[in-house]
Design a protein around this ligand. Sequence first.
Ligand SMILES: Nc1ncnc2c1ncn2[C@@H]1O[C@H](COP(=O)(O)OP(=O)(O)OP(=O)(O)O)[C@@H](O)[C@H]1O
Ligand SMILES: [Mg+2]
Length: 464
Amino acid sequence: MWKVTKKTEEEQPEVVAPEATESDASEVTPVALYPQPTEREERMLEIKMAIHQGLLDKINLAMLDKLAPAQIKSEISALVPELLSSFDQPLNREERETLINDVMDELLGLGPLEPLLKDETITDILVNGSNTVFVERAGVLERVKTRFQDEKHLMRIIQKIVSAVGRRIDESSPFVDARLADGSRVNAIVAPLAIDGSLLSIRKFAKIPIDLKKLVALGSVPQQMATVLEAIVRSRRNVLISGGTGSGKTTMLNAMSSFIDERERIVTIEDSAELQLQQSHVARLETRPANIEGRGEVTQRELVKNALRMRPDRIIVGEVRTGEAFDMLQAMNTGHDGSMTTVHANSARDALSRVEQMIGMAGIDISPKSARAQIASAINVVLQVTRLADGKRRVRSLSELTGMEGDTITMQEIFRFKSTGVADDGEILGHFEATGIRPKFLQTATEFGIDLPSDLFRPDTKIG
Ligand SMILES: Nc1ncnc2c1ncn2[C@@H]1O[C@H](COP(=O)(O)OP(=O)(O)OP(=O)(O)O)[C@@H](O)[C@H]1O
Ligand SMILES: [Mg+2]
């Protein structure tokens, strides 16, 4: 077995209480374990690669597509003893079985990544060169013993991933976004841009998407706030979900979308399709990167414009990054109420400045004040999500835009997470609370026949 060396006290990442600033500076993912491969494991890896190579020389690869996995396995099992004979390495039954499975993964799948892809407790896989692989489980990063034989081996797996989606990766186009057959999102970046070996980042596709009920159960949102979120979506308020990398923006967007009425026509626009809307009337669009000659790119902005001609009731953009923010606001302002998107920002206020910057990127002649006025009239609610130092994702605040005062957009906070300290095990302690402000959207909700009890907004009770 591999050794597990726990990091010493001083090396543990600092746990920062979240209330220090409004920003997400505390979003440090803790790193747990550093397993090292044993000599025997190193040897097994060598043998596996040699056997894999031996098999490639012996079998007709074209045949693999035509055989069922069970048949391939029995063929391989028959060939392995002969290939093993050149190694002076007796293997026990378990090792032999592992070896055959690993070789199968090499031949048919993504090699060493396969066990990680099958492990449902893992949400992210991060490969930093051939020797270093991290995974994220329950919000915590840990290093695993998974290794590639060398950079060439890793590169071969990366090529396998990108060629399956008709892309290529090499020195002339050294980074690529791709998707695995199961919907997992992949980014690969290789030399010369990646300095210490190829980098591969996989955000695994959640087979059972996290819904709002689950978010409540996980303690990410209190039930009271979930009730309010449901009312926000049902009464067609325009929503901006803001948060840092991997903070749960897409998950929240997906969860909230479940309250959209089945009868509405939804158009979704994403750079890499991740949303899993449950409604039947969903038109899904995905951008296209430029080809090798630099042609054929289709941007989110073009897709938003196109979506407006598709008679959508609501438009959902996976994440606004640049000029499409302008078109998205236009859509929100022109009858597509209930549209939603996410933005990468550290606070609700920051999210609005980011959107303002993005309007600037749209190349339209518009003064900062008019840009802000557009934002103020388009967006109703900003939800700030965050991943805190304990690995847990929580909604940090729910704010409502109320208009403009002079040049400034006015905003009021309705709910917030208040941290009170850090437990011995690193868990961040705290509770959610209402600020006591009765949101303006209650009026609209009433018009939609939704009556929220006013004690939901009472400031004197700790919730969640
Ligand atoms: N509240 C939650 N509790 C536990 N896990 C969560 C929660 N929200 C999201 N996750 C998991 O965290 C990972 C990141 O979530 P998600 O993709 O929604 O984040 P994101 O902010 O959209 O990330 P990115 O910046 O990469 O777009 C996913 O694997 C998701 O399943
Ligand atoms: Mg996302």
